[in-house]
Design a protein around this ligand. Structure first.
Ligand SMILES: NC(=O)c1ccc[n+]([C@@H]2O[C@H](COP(=O)([O-])OP(=O)(O)OC[C@H]3O[C@@H](n4cnc5c(N)ncnc54)[C@H](O)[C@@H]3O)[C@@H](O)[C@H]2O)c1
Length: 320
């Protein structure tokens, strides 16, 4: 069983991944590139650990409630059917201890990755930045270290050779609000060692995720192969002036009984990620295209600091 986990990148997802690893008892080090990254990551660690504890405490009140099985934080509680209120008290106590004792921040890459069993790269969706970090890391990693990427849109085969350990490299892709939406899509590239792939599947289970195995590389995995076209369609309706985000959300929610429409989902994902994905599409830099307009509208919101739930405001105001 892996013992030491390193997360490269302390953004929205990196923070959540690191915390879920610590919650499940793994010694967890965030490798960050600068003092200012620490200043940005520390508040996220505080925010997400508080949210995890809050949802765990709320689950206590759900014990015995038939709706509990639909609402409990699946990444934090293993077998809901057997969980008692006392079990949740014990989990809360252990979680506070683990968050306090098992989470470390480190700027020195060599120190961070020393003895790591698994390194999970969760940096911005920028191929050049990812390659730069893989190349800086490759001679520092132990022989045993498995390297995974949480990239949502880039394929592991794009990076495998830059890692210096293609056989020990694959994608392990999480969903936002990892402690509730506990999917972990595991996707190798053609050179991934099947034994390493199996270890990553097992690790995903050990950190409370449901491992979802892909048999081949697929841009967008299973989830985003469905979600990205859906969110793009919603943004296109907005950018084309067909309807406003709130009306588009309401249409989806009323018609399908879904709890959140596309713009609420975009607020959770973060508008920067949505923008980065948009800018990679054909036509994004071409004046007059709908994709270009979608990019401009997102950028206007980002420039106003309205980047989503994390910032307190996106398409909706979360400060109230
Ligand atoms: N946001 C989501 O819902 C979501 C879901 C699943 C996967 N992902 C994937 O997770 C990864 C991170 O996404 P995010 O939403 O957390 O982004 P984010 O913008 O919140 O965080 C990115 C982090 O990468 C760091 N970073 C950027 N360049 C770096 C460099 N050169 N060296 C070191 N650190 C660097 C930034 O400082 C920041 O901490 C992306 O690959 C994204 O596709 C995101």
């Amino acid at each position: 069983m892996a013992k030491k986990v390193v997360i490269a990148g302390g953004g929205v997802l990196g923070t959540q991944i690191g915390l879920i690893c610590a919650y499940h008892g793994f010694d967890t080090t965030f490798w960050l590139r600068s003092e200012s990254s620490i200043g940005r990551t520390q508040p996220k660690i505080e925010r997400y650990s508080a949210l995890m504890l809050e949802d765990l405490a709320k689950a206590r009140a759900l014990v015995g409630n038939p709706m509990g099985a639909f609402l409990y934080p699946r990444g934090l509680i293993g077998d809901w059917g057997k969980t008692t209120a006392e079990d949740i008290d014990a989990l809360l106590e252990q979680a506070r201890k683990n968050f306090a004792e098992l989470v470390h921040l480190e700027l020195d890459m060599a120190k961070a990755v020393k003895d790591a069993d698994i390194v999970i790269e969760s940096m911005s969706e920028d191929p050049k930045a990812k390659i730069g970090v893989y190349e800086a890391m490759k001679d520092l990693l132990d022989e045993k270290t498995i390297l995974c990427t949480n990239s949502s849109t880039l394929l592991p085969s794009m990076f495998a050779e830059h890692t210096g350990r293609p056989a020990k490299y694959c994608a392990l892709h999480f969903a936002n609000t990892i402690w509730k939406n506990n999917t972990a899509e595991v996707m190798g590239h053609p050179g991934t060692d099947p034994a390493v792939y199996d270890q990553v599947v097992a690790f995903a289970g050990e950190i409370g995720m449901v491992p979802l195995q892909l048999h081949k590389e697929q841009p967008g995995y299973i989830l985003n192969s469905m979600l990205v076209p859906f969110l793009t369609a919603a943004q296109a309706l907005w950018a084309d002036g067909v309807a406003d985000p709130q009306t588009i959300d309401r249409t989806w929610e009323l018609a399908t009984s879904a709890p959140a429409g596309p713009f609420k989902i975009l607020d959770i994902v973060g508008l920067e990620t949505a923008y980065n994905i948009n800018q990679m599409k054909p036509g994004a830099k071409e004046e007059g295209t709908l994709t270009n307009r979608m990019g401009r509208l997102l950028k206007e919101k980002i420039d106003r600091g309205e980047t989503g739930v994390n910032a307190g405001k996106g398409f909706y105001d979360y400060t109230k």
